[in-house]
Design a protein around this ligand. Structure first.
Ligand code: HEC
Ligand code: HEC
Length: 480
C-alpha cells in the first residue's frame, strides 16, 4: 500500500529539474524618464528599506525584518523565543503566530501557488491520488507569489496588525509609507503622484517593491561553501563530505552516483543539482510532506484563546488545535471543510493525502546564526531546537528504547503492546495516509524517514554538511 507513495516520491523527485533558475533581473517600474537610474532609486533598494521599516506596523515597532533577520538566515532573531516558544511574537507583545518563521532567502524560487499536483515544468501529470503537491508560499502554500505573500503579515493581527475595527486596513500601511522615510524614494520609483492613487494600487506597489528586494541577489546569493565546492573552489572536510554522501546516499555525493554504504535519503525531498552548469541547488523540491513532526507543546498559540482581546487572531480550538498544514488550506479552497473532516466533508476523508503536510523548506542558511550558542527553531511549529535534533528525528522517529523495536504508524493504535518507550512524542498529525514511511521499515530505497540506521557520528556528519550551506563563505579563510 505504501510502496507506491514512496516510489511516486522518488519518481517525482528524480524527474523534476531541481535547479533554482534565477529569475530575470527585476522588471520594476523605472524612475522618471530622463533621470539616471541611480542605485538608490532601484526598486529593490526601496523594497529593502520597506522590509526593514518598523513604522509599518500598528502600533509602530515591527518590520518584516523583525521576524526575518539576515543574521539568522532570515528566520526569527530571538534565541530565547526560539528555544522557549518556537514561534514568532507579533507587534502586540502577547500575540503569537501559530507557526515558526521560515526563511525568506531562496523563497523567490518557490513555484507559484496555489499548490498543484503536477509540475509545470514536468512531463509527468499523474492521477490525483498519486500526486505530491508542490508550490505556493507559507508552510501551507496559501500565498500565490511573493507580492501576494507580503500582503498577509501587514494585515495579520498576530504580526504587524494593520487592522481597523477588526478589518484589514492597508490604508494604514500606505499612510505610514507616505509619511515615512521611504516616501521620497517611493515617489521617485513609482511616480511623483503615486500617493494620490487608490489605496489598493499603492499597497500593491509596496508589496511589489518588497518582493523585488526578496528576489535580489542579496537575499539569495548562493555563496555557501557547498557552492564553492561545486565550482571546484573549496574542499569539503572529511566529515562534511561523509555528510554529503549520506545526504545523497552515493559515494561521490551526487544524486546519480554509486550507492554509498548508507542512505539518509535527504535528497529525495531536499533536491540538489549535480552539475553546477545545470543550475544551482535549491535544496528542496518544494513538495508537501507529512513527516510526523510532534506537536510543539510550548507553542503559546494553544493558550491564545481570548476572542475579546484578539477577535481576528485568537485560537478557537485552544489546546486541541492541530495544524493540518496543506489540508487546512486546500480543502476549503475546494469548498470542503479544513482537513476534509467533520460536517460538510465529502465522506472521502483525507483523499488528497495532505493533512499534516508542509512544504519542504530549503536547507540553505539553515545553520546561519549570529553566534554558536544562538538557538534556532526548526520545522513548521518550531518544535526542534538544533540540527542534531532534526537529523536524530529523521533517523529514529519510529524507534523505541527497546532495541530493534519499530513503531508502525499504519496501525490503529501504534503504541499498543510496545515493549520500550517511544523515543519521540506522537506525530502532530498521525496519519497512515499522509505520513511518509509510517511503518519506518527500510524499503528498497532504504526507507525515507524514521529508521535510517545512522550512528551518532553519522548524524553529526550530516549536521556538518548542513553547515556548509551557510552563505558568505570566503574560500581564503578555510584553506585547511
Ligand atoms: C511576527 C513575525 C513576522 C513578521 C512581522 C513577518 N513575518 Fe513573514 N513569516 C512569519 C511566519 C510565522 C511565517 C510562516 C507562516 C505560515 O506559514 O503560516 C512567515 C512566512 C513568510 C514567507 C513565506 C516563506 C516561505 O518559504 O513560504 C515570506 C516570503 C515572508 N514571511 C515574508 C514576510 C514579509 C515580506 C513581511 C513584511 C511585510 C513579513 N514576512 C513579516 C513571521 C513574520
Ligand atoms: C520525505 C521528504 C523529506 C525527506 C526525505 C527529508 N526531509 Fe527534511 N523536511 C521535509 C519537510 C516536509 C520539512 C518540513 C516539515 C514540517 O515542518 O512539518 C523538512 C524540514 C527539514 C529541516 C528544518 C528546516 C527548517 O527551516 O525548519 C531540516 C534541517 C531538514 N528537513 C533536513 C533534512 C535532512 C538532513 C534529511 C535527511 C536526513 C531530510 N531533511 C530528509 C521533507 C523531507
Amino acid at each position: 500500500m505504501r510502496a507506491w507513495i514512496l516510489s511516486a516520491l522518488s519518481l517525482v523527485c528524480c524527474t523534476v529539474h531541481a535547479s533554482a533558475q534565477r529569475s530575470s533581473a527585476p522588471a520594476g517600474s523605472s524612475a522618471s524618464p530622463g533621470l539616471p537610474r541611480l542605485w538608490e532609486f532601484k526598486p529593490e533598494v526601496l523594497g529593502k528599506n520597506l522590509f526593514f521599516d518598523t513604522s509599518l506596523s500598528t502600533p509602530a515597532g515591527q518590520s518584516c525584518g523583525s521576524c526575518h533577520a539576515p543574521s539568522t538566515g532570515f528566520k526569527f532573531p530571538d534565541s530565547h523565543v526560539n528555544s522557549g516558544f518556537g514561534v514568532a511574537v507579533g507587534v502586540i507583545p502577547d500575540r503569537f503566530t501559530n507557526r515558526a518563521t521560515p526563511t525568506v532567502s531562496y523563497a523567490q524560487f518557490v513555484p507559484d501557488g496555489p499548490p498543484s499536483a503536477h509540475f509545470t515544468s514536468s512531463r509527468m501529470i499523474r492521477p490525483l491520488t498519486e500526486l505530491l503537491f508542490t508550490g505556493g508560499l507559507f508552510w501551507d502554500g496559501r500565498a500565490i507569489d511573493l507580492e501576494n505573500q507580503a500582503t498577509f503579515p501587514f494585515q495579520n493581527p498576530n504580526e504587524m496588525n494593520n487592522l481597523v475595527h477588526n478589518l484589514p486596513e492597508p490604508g494604514l500601511v500606505v499612510r505610514s509609507v507616505a509619511n515615512g522615510p521611504s516616501s521620497p524614494m517611493f515617489r521617485r520609483v513609482y511616480g511623483e503622484d503615486i500617493f494620490s492613487q487608490p489605496v489598493d494600487v499603492v499597497f500593491g506597489k509596496i508589496c511589489e517593491a518588497i518582493a523585488l528586494y526578496e528576489k535580489s541577489e542579496e537575499v539569495s546569493p548562493f555563496t555557501s561553501k557547498f557552492d564553492a565546492y561545486q565550482y571546484g573552489r573549496a574542499r569539503l572536510s572529511a566529515d562534511e563530505f561523509d555528510g554529503l554522501r549520506l545526504f545523497t546516499g552515493t559515494t561521490d555525493g551526487t544524486t546519480a552516483g554509486p550507492p554509498y554504504r548508507k542512505n539518509a535519503q535527504c535528497v529525495q525531498c531536499h533536491g540538489i543539482e549535480d552539475n553546477i552548469h545545470d543550475g544551482k541547488s535549491p535544496f528542496t523540491f518544494w513538495c508537501y510532506v507529512n513527516l510526523g513532526v510532534p506537536k510543539n507543546r510550548n507553542n503559546p498559540y494553544y493558550t491564545q484563546t481570548d476572542s475579546r482581546s484578539n477577535p481576528v487572531g485568537y485560537n478557537p480550538l485552544g489546546a486541541n488545535y492541530i495544524d493540518l498544514g496543506l489540508g487546512d488550506y486546500l480543502y476549503p479552497l475546494n469548498g470542503l471543510p479544513p482537513g476534509n473532516m467533520g460536517p460538510g466533508s465529502d465522506g472521502f476523508g483525507d483523499y488528497l493525502q495532505i493533512n499534516g503536510a508542509f512544504r519542504t523548506p530549503t536547507l540553505r542558511n539553515v545553520d546561519m546564526r549570529p553566534s554558536p550558542s544562538f538557538v534556532k527553531a526548526y520545522m513548521h511549529n518550531g518544535v526542534f531546537k538544533s540540527l542534531k535534533e532534526v537529523v536524530h528525528f529523521y533517523n529514529t522517529r519510529n524507534l523505541t528504547t527497546f532495541p530493534g523495536e519499530v513503531i508502525d504508524f499504519t496501525q490503529h493504535d501504534p503504541y499498543a503492546h510496545l515493549r520500550g518507550e517511544p523515543l519521540w512524542p506522537p506525530p502532530e498529525v498521525q496519519s497512515p495516509v499522509s505520513m511518509i514511511n509510517p511503518d519506518g521499515v527500510p524499503s528498497a530505497d532504504g526507507g525515507q524517514v524514521g529508521n535510517l540506521g545512522l550512528t551518532d557520528e553519522e548524524e553529526d556528519h550530516i549536521v556538518a554538511f548542513l553547515k556548509t550551506l551557510t552563505d558568505g563563505f570566503a574560500p581564503a579563510d578555510h584553506q585547511h
